[in-house]
Design a binder for this molecule. Structure first.
Ligand code: ADP
Length: 773
């Protein structure tokens, strides 16, 4: 066998290419050795061995760099190309194995032996052929690189070995794989190998197709959306709806980009915008979404003002805006100093406590100015619903964010000074406890994720400096009170009010009314008269209003050409402000029997309180009128019992309670009054009425009384003294235990008053009843 098949022929090494038997194809030959091999073949019987070299880039392969199995081919045509290379047409004849290389200098020459297909023409190869064809068909469908005609030519092939060869030549396989197929002489094995390769290739193709589809799909989606959007724009334009939703949404998007919202809010807005865009502009829901988006865009999320904590500067600003108020100012400055040291506005919340019109709000505004922060004020008066703090859920009709978020929107920065006004006027009922919600706002541990029901997204309030105000601390819920540091601002004295008017209120009002210095002048006496006869208050709010009235009237006179300059004096005042509203001083011109003056403390500051007692023939009935509270009624009873027990020594008929009815009345009945501190006043009025001895009209008193006549301490002496001074009283009877509080009373008031500390009712009567020793 071997001898018969064995022969010597020239070798043409192939690069990156492999020729199977029965294949016909063109080859371009350029290498010198190859050309020589070809020429040799042409001299002989046109036969040559085509064997592939292992490495494609090697120019002169050695013997062992060439695969040992190749294809014997018949050179059918040869053509010299102008560039010196030769184009040949070859036809593969049979497989052959290189047995040895014959030494030769010019070209490669080999001894070969033909390899025959081990044909088994069995039913197995038939089955394999069918399987291969089926796979190949599917492969063609997937790959799209091979035409379907190829399939029909392949289907016609009957020899299984050839089928394997042809299919292999159509697949884009690595040379190594193709060579492997060439080397397999067992036909069934060759088919199996092809089957293997095909199913592998098919899987790869399938995967490729899937990836391709995914990419295509996502591209298609964006393209489609873009296309639809453009279409919508075009339609809106056609309809003349240039300001339509698309433009609107675009503008909102732009606004969002500019406003620098954090990513999580941006995502939220983006989602809402998408919903909004799809909704018809006329639907109610569309409006709801739009409002919501506007809110998210309007709230400050990152914008901040730079703090400038300069104590001297702050002091200057506070002084410029406010007269007096030494203690509160000092406290504010201390607070700022600490903030500067710890470099953070955190810690206790300031609560400014005092009657209306004493400058709490304007003090808070000055704090903001001195820090260079924005200022917002939200009133909590009458807030009884938690939703007013936290907002309503968006599902509510007409839902809105709570007052805190509204304030933040107004502020426009994340670190304003935020004034919560009238925190003591908050109430709670079945709609939830607003104080609890407020606690979360004020708690530095929690307020960095404050949740408003409407906004939904947590909001960081930790940069806000909260300041609160209250008229009284009694009605502030305990937990809230704990969080705050109180700064008390008592009412002003007459002298202070005069200063405030001349230096602050009048210039301010004149400026607001456009009046120059040469156009209006209010002299000091006039100011004092306004204070005494047109206002009765602890603060200066009404005073400011009266000054405003003066300015308004003056402006009218000047504009009407009646006058060039308006001078306001004590005498001309009435022509401007009308009749005085209040009597100055108690002006009980005479000492009176059965009337005593008490000093009361109310949430709007101190006030004086007349207590009248009338004794009538009767059976010892005690009547109390004037809208008195429980505590006050009880202290009237106590005073009554005390007097009964001491009647004789007080010079009163010991049987009075059997023959007389007693009526105690506190005028200004519309105003509720309560508290124990009217005790000594009631006792004094009772004694006066029963004994017929008058009470001094210049004495005011305050103190609780016990059944045995002891006098117990009271609160609010400062405010009460201011009221007494305002009312023109000269002597104040106070409990001995309150003596220490006298120091707190402003000097200007203190010097006009005589203080009589007492610890027993006997002393009270001694100072109050005229002629008593
Ligand atoms: P409150 O908040 O305590 O009710 P406001 O701050 O509204 O009082 O004050 C009322 C008016 O009185 C404001 O115009 C304020 O500027 C003025 N005012 C109050 N106290 C002073 C003061 N000490 N010096 C100057 N103006 C004052």
């Amino acid at each position: 066998m071997r001898d018969k098949n064995s022969r010597i022929i020239p070798l043409l090494p192939l690069r990156g290419l492999l020729v199977y038997p029965t294949m016909v194809l063109h080859l371009d030959v350029g290498r010198e050795k190859s050309v020589k091999a070809l020429e040799e073949a042409m001299v002989d019987d046109h036969m040559i061995l085509l064997a592939t070299q292992e490495e494609i880039h090697i120019d002169e392969p050695t013997e062992d760099q060439i695969y040992k199995v190749g294809t014997v081919a018949h050179v059918k045509q040869m053509l010299k190309l102008p560039n010196g290379t030769i184009r040949v047409l070859v036809e593969g004849i049979s497989r052959a194995k290189i047995d040895e290389f014959i030494p030769n200098a010019d070209f490669m020459k080999v001894r070969i032996s033909t390899l025959f297909d081990e044909d088994e023409q069995s039913s197995e190869s038939e089955a394999l052929m069918r399987a291969v064809l089926r796979q190949f068909e599917q492969y063609i469908k997937l790959s799209k690189k091979i035409t379907s005609e190829t399939l029909s030519t392949v289907t016609d092939i009957e020899e299984p070995g050839r089928l394997a060869d042809v299919i292999s030549s159509h697949l884009s396989l690595k040379i190594k794989d193709k060579q492997e197929i060439l080397e397999i002489t067992n036909v069934n094995k060759r088919l199996e190998k092809i089957l293997d390769i095909l199913s592998n290739e098919k899987e790869v193709l399938e995967l490729e197709r899937k990836i391709g589809q995914r990419v295509k799909k996502s591209m298609e989606k964006t393209q489609k959306e873009y296309y639809l959007r453009e279409q919508m724009k075009a339609i809106q334009k056609e309809l003349g709806d240039k300001e339509g939703k698309t433009g609107e949404v675009e503008a909102l998007r732009e606004q969002m980009e500019e406003s620098g919202v954090p990513d999580r809010i941006r995502q939220k807005i983006e989602k809402e915008l998408e919903r909004y865009e799809k909704m018809p502009a006329t639907s109610a829901e569309s409006g709801v979404i739009r409002t919501y988006i506007d809110w998210l865009l309007a709230l400050p999320w990152s914008k901040k003002t730079e703090d400038q904590i300069d104590i001297d500067q702050a002091q200057k600003i506070l002084d410029e805006d406010h007269y007096g108020l030494e203690k509160p100012k000092e406290r504010v400055l201390e607070y700022l100093a600490v903030q500067k040291l710890v470099n953070k506005i955190k810690g206790p919340i300031l609560c400014l406590v005092g009657p209306p019109g004493v400058g709490k709000t304007s003090l808070a505004r000055s704090i903001a100015n001195s820090l260079g922060r924005k200022f917002v004020r939200v009133s909590l008066g009458g807030v009884r619903d938690e939703a007013e703090i936290r907002g309503h859920r968006r599902t509510y009709v007409g839902a809105m964010p709570g007052r805190i978020m509204q304030g933040m929107k107004t502020a426009g920065t994340i670190n304003p000074v935020f004034l919560l006004d009238e925190i003591d006027k908050m109430a709670n009922d079945f709609r939830g406890d607003p104080a609890a919600a407020l606690l979360e706002v004020l708690d530095p541990e929690q307020n960095n994720t404050f949740s408003d029901h409407y906004i939904e997204e947590p909001y960081d309030l930790s940069n806000v400096m909260f300041v609160t105000t209250a008229n009284t601390t009694h009605t502030i819920p305990g937990p809230l009170l704990d969080r705050m540091e109180m700064i008390y601002i008592p009412g002003y004295t007459e002298v202070e009010k005069k200063h405030i008017s001349l230096n602050y209120l009048i210039p301010k009002q004149m400026k607001e009314h456009g009046l120059g210095k040469s156009q209006l002048q209010v002299n000091e006496d006039a100011v004092v008269k306004v204070i005494r006869r047109y206002t009765r208050e602890s603060g200066v709010r009404n005073l400011e209003r009266q000054m405003g009235t003066i300015c308004r009237k003056a402006a009218k006179m000047i504009v009407a050409g009646e006058k060039k300059k308006v001078m306001v004096t004590e005498n001309t005042l009435e022509s401007i402000l009308g009749n005085p509203k209040y009597r100055y001083g108690l002006a009980e011109t005479d000492h009176q029997v059965g009337v005593a003056t008490g000093l009361a403390w109310t949430s709007v500051g101190g006030d004086i309180l007349s207590i009248e007692v009338q004794v009538l023939p009767g059976k010892g009935k005690l009547t109390l009128t004037g809208k008195l509270g429980e505590v006050m009624k009880e202290s009237a009873q106590a005073a009554f019992s005390y007097i009964r027990s001491k009647a004789e020594s007080l010079g009163i008929d010991p049987q009075f309670h059997e023959k007389k009815d007693i009526h105690i009345h506190v005028p200004e009945g519309a105003i509720p009054k309560d508290g124990p501190s009217a005790g000594i006043t009631m006792a004094t009025a009772l004694v006066s009425a029963l004994s017929g001895k008058p009470v001094s009209n210049i004495v005011g008193m305050t103190g609780e009384v016990t059944l045995r006549g002891r006098v117990l301490p009271i609160g609010g002496l400062k405010e009460k003294s201011l009221a007494a001074h305002r009312a023109g009283l000269k002597t104040i009877i106070l409990p001995k235990d309150n003596e220490k509080d006298i120091d707190e009373i402003p000097e200007s008031v203190r010097k006009d008053l005589v203080f009589k500390p007492v610890d027993h009712m006997d002393q009270v009567l001694k100072f109050a009843i005229v002629g008593e020793k």
